[in-house]
Ligand binder design. Structure first.
Ligand code: MN
Length: 336
């Protein structure tokens, strides 16, 4: 078990607080990914079973793409009319990394701490501490893996919905067991989920085997533009705003999901002989985003991201700077 006595107690306390609460707000990060929505789904399954009032929220949830996940359709992408933060006595924050990613930073900062308790479950490295109870385990592969331990410690039976949700988060955040975050424990949990009824083929049909034309075009461009910087031994690829527009508008989309870029850079990190890979992409609002990955056990690539104000995990991190990218035959020039 990947958890010390202190965290065992945190998990027990968290469950006692859920049992004692009347109105529960379940929150994950903006543009939620599969691990985020799976974690929210797990909490929905739990609180519905306990007949609690709840609202689930993840700002700007992309329509429908993750509807194969149990309860994903119950997650609000906008706060409903008449929403009041003070109506809740317990807030569960899942997979958010930092308070800014909750879309509720102001309400969380200004809350009446004697009335509203906040519990955070996460596997991102610490950024800011705003929860009353923080169950943060950065060595675990996914937030659903954190929640697996939470469920086990509290003797909550893992039914078919829970097993599908737990496995989906693990598969997504390990790149189907390819990323270095995959541990022996991760694989054991996944195998237990299959025995509990998780449907691996159904998950794959909705993830790996469900790429759309836009994402295929972006994959093609990112591969075409891949170069190796021999000075730093880093692989670099760039997607300019023009290229992203061309790829996405062709099928009538104005915005490409961030997940696509995470998938692409995850794949690029398989390139042999380099220390790491960076995928830069130009956003429409005058920003450049970069995703950094390494599969070299000796390298903490978040230290490179941190130089530019970014952060994340040792093997997968990101950064955002204001600026633009000019591409020419000689390469790229960054103005920032
Ligand atoms: Mn995650």
């Amino acid at each position: 078990m990947y958890m010390n006595e202190e965290y065992l107690n945190y998990c027990r306390r968290a469950y006692q607080q859920i049992l004692a609460a009347d109105n529960i707000l379940i929150v994950s990060h903006l543009h939620p990914d599969i691990d985020a929505l799976s974690s929210v789904g797990i909490m929905i399954e739990l609180v519905e079973g306990l007949n609690k009032n709840y609202l689930a929220y993840a700002q700007n949830k992309d329509d429908n793409i993750f509807d194969f996940l149990p309860h994903a359709e119950r997650v609000h992408s906008k706060l409903p009319l008449g929403f009041s933060f003070n109506d809740y006595d317990l807030v569960l924050i899942l997979d958010c990394g930092a308070i800014n990613r909750t879309g509720l930073a102001e309400a969380l900062h200004n809350r009446n701490k004697s009335k509203i308790q906040v519990i955070e479950f996460d596997h991102h490295p610490p950024v800011d501490h705003f929860a009353d109870l923080e169950i943060r385990l950065p060595h675990l592969a996914s937030t659903t893996e954190v929640l697996y331990h939470f469920l086990k410690i509290n003797n909550i039976a893992i039914n078919k919905n829970l097993s599908n949700l737990l496995l989906s988060g693990i598969l997504a955040d390990t790149g189907n067991f390819l990323y270095p975050s995959t541990s022996e424990d991760t694989i054991n949990i996944a195998s237990e989920m299959l025995q509990s009824g998780a449907q691996l083929p159904k998950i794959f049909q909705n993830t790996l085997q469900n790429k759309n034309l836009t994402s295929m075009r972006l994959w093609g461009l990112a591969l075409k533009n891949l170069k190796v910087n021999s000075k730093y031994n880093l692989a670099v690829s760039v997607l300019t705003q023009e290229e992203i527009n061309e790829a996405t508008q062709a099928v009538g989309l104005d915005e490409a999901s961030n997940d696509i870029f995470g998938d692409i850079v995850g794949f690029l990190s398989n390139l042999g002989g380099v220390k790491g890979v960076i995928l830069f992409r130009e956003e429409s609002d005058g920003k450049i985003k970069a995703s950094l990955r390494t599969s070299d056990p000796a390298i903490d690539i978040s230290r490179l991201a941190a130089i530019f104000g970014g952060g994340g995990h040792a093997k997968a991190s990101g950064l955002v700077v204001k600026g633009k990218i000019n591409s020419s035959n000689d390469g790229w020039e960054f103005e920032y």
